[in-house]
Design a protein around this ligand. Structure first.
Ligand code: NAD
Length: 338
C-alpha cells in the first residue's frame, strides 16, 4: 500500500477503484467479520482507503493475515483473532458480517462448525448490533439452491436439499437471513442483506475447489483443466471490486430487503475453461469428470433490484477480471507462496 497515492500495488487498473473522500462527520467505526478472507480483505481495503476506522475479526480458518498485512500499524486499523461463535463486544457504527467459510471444501470440512458459524455467529453479531445500535449487513449467498426459476430474483424462495452435502452452508445462510429479519422485526435492528453470487478475484484461495481458481491453477501448472459434469452447466461470475461497490452502496442505502449482487453475464463452464486457458496462454487439455451431488445446473442473478435501488451493476468485464486474477496467481507462484 502506498499512502501517498492511496493505491495498492497489486491492482493494475487503479482508475477502476472508486475512492470517495469522506466529508467531516462521515467517518465511521466499522467492524468487518471475516475481514481477512477473500471478499473481506477487499472490502477492508476500500473502507480504509475511504478513511474509515476498520476493525477486523477473524479466526483465520480460511482467511490470511497476509491479506490485510499492508494495513497493520495504520492508526485506523485493528486486526483481532476471534471466533464469531463466541460473543464479542465493541462499539461500532456498522457491522459487515462476512465470517463464514464460503467454498465447498472449506464448508464441508466441518459441517457442524459451518452451521454453528452461520447460526451462532450471526446471533452474536445481531445481538451486538442490537445492543450498540449499529447497522448490520449480512453477506448471504444465492440462497436459491438448484433453482427451478431462471434467472433468480429475490422473490424466488429457492429449491434447497436440506440434508445434502451443501446444506450446512445453504441452510446456514437461510437461517442467518431468518435471524436477521427476526432481529429487525422484533428488536428494531437496522439490517441489510446482500445475496452474493459467485465472485472471483485476487486473494481467492488457490485450493478452494472453485471453478475459477481450479482452472487458473491447472492452466498455470500446465495440467489438464477438469470440468465436473458435461460442462454445459452455466455460472455467472462477478469480479470482487464490483461486489465491494455493491456492499458499500447497500450498507449506506435506506433499504432493508435482500438484494442480489452478481454478474448476470452467463457462461457455460466449458466456455469459462476455454477463456481461462486463452488468458493464461496455455495449451492444457480439458477433461470431464462426474458432477458433484446437488450441483446447480444453472445460476444467474436477476439484478434488476440492485440496478433500481442501488444504481449498481457490474462494471468489470469477466475477461478483464480474469486477467487480473491470473496475474495475481502468477505472482503468488513466483514468490513461492502457492
Ligand atoms: P473466505 O473463506 O475467503 O472468507 C471468510 C472469512 O471468514 C475468512 O477470513 C475466515 O477465516 C473467516 N471465518 C470463517 N469462520 C469464522 C469464524 N467462526 N469466526 C471468525 N471468522 C471466521 O470467503 P469469501 O469468499 O471471502 O466469503 C465472504 C462471505 O461472502 C461469506 O459469508 C460467504 O458466505 C459470502 N459469499 C461469498 C461468495 C463468493 O463467491 N466468494 C458467494 C456467496 C456468498
Amino acid at each position: 500500500f502506498d499512502p501517498k497515492t492511496r493505491t495498492i500495488s497489486y491492482l493494475h487498473s487503479r482508475s477502476f477503484l472508486p475512492v470517495k473522500s469522506l466529508a467531516p462527520g462521515e467517518k465511521k467505526r466499522i467492524l468487518v467479520t471475516g475481514g481477512a478472507g477473500f471478499v473481506g480483505s477487499h472490502l477492508v481495503d476500500r473502507l480504509m482507503l475511504m478513511g474509515h476506522e476498520v476493525i477486523v475479526l477473524d479466526n483465520f480458518f480460511t482467511g490470511r493475515k497476509n491479506n490485510v498485512a499492508h494495513w497493520i500499524g495504520h492508526p485506523n486499523f485493528e486486526l483481532i483473532r476471534h471466533d464469531v461463535v463466541d460473543p464479542f463486544l465493541i462499539e461500532v457504527d456498522q457491522i459487515y458480517h462476512l465470517a463464514c467459510p464460503a467454498s465447498p471444501p472449506h464448508y464441508q470440512y466441518n459441517p457442524i462448525k459451518t452451521v454453528k458459524t452461520s447460526v451462532m455467529g450471526t446471533i452474536n453479531m445481531l445481538g451486538l448490533a442490537k445492543r450498540i445500535k449499529a447497522r448490520f449487513l449480512l453477506t448471504s449467498t444465492s440462497v436459491y439452491g438448484d433453482p427451478e426459476e431462471h434467472p433468480q430474483a429475490e422473490t424466488y424462495w429457492g429449491h434447497v436439499n436440506p440434508i445434502g452435502p451443501r446444506a450446512c452452508y445453504d441452510e446456514g445462510k437461510r437461517v442467518a437471513e431468518t435471524l436477521t429479519y427476526a432481529y429487525m422485526h422484533q428488536d428494531d435492528v437496522d439490517v441489510r442483506v446482500a445475496r452474493i453470487f459467485n465472485t472471483f478475484g485476487p486473494r481467492m484461495n488457490e485450493n478452494d475447489g472453485r471453478v475459477v481458481s481450479n482452472f487458473i491453477m491447472q492452466a498455470l501448472k500446465g495440467e489438464e483443466l477438469t470440468i465436473y459434469g458435461d460442462g454445459h452447466q452455466t455460472r455467472s461470475f462477478q469480479y470482487v471490486h464490483d461486489l465491494v461497490d455493491g456492499l458499500i452502496l447497500l450498507m449506506n442505502k435506506d433499504y432493508t430487503e435482500p438484494i442480489n449482487l452478481g454478474n448476470p453475464d452467463e457462461y457455460t463452464i466449458r466456455e469459462f475453461a476455454e477463456l481461462i486457458r486463452s488468458e493464461v496462454n496455455s495449451s492444457s487439455k480439458i477433461k470431464t469428470l462426474p458432477a458433484p451431488t446437488d450441483d446447480p445446473r444453472k445460476r444467474r442473478p436477476d439484478i434488476t433490484k440492485a440496478e433500481q435501488i442501488l444504481g449498481w451493476k457490474p462494471r468489470w468485464p469477466v475477461k478483464q477480471g480474469i486477467g487480473e486474477t491470473v496475474n495475481y496467481f502468477k505472482r503468488q507462484m513466483e514468490a513461492g507462496l502457492i
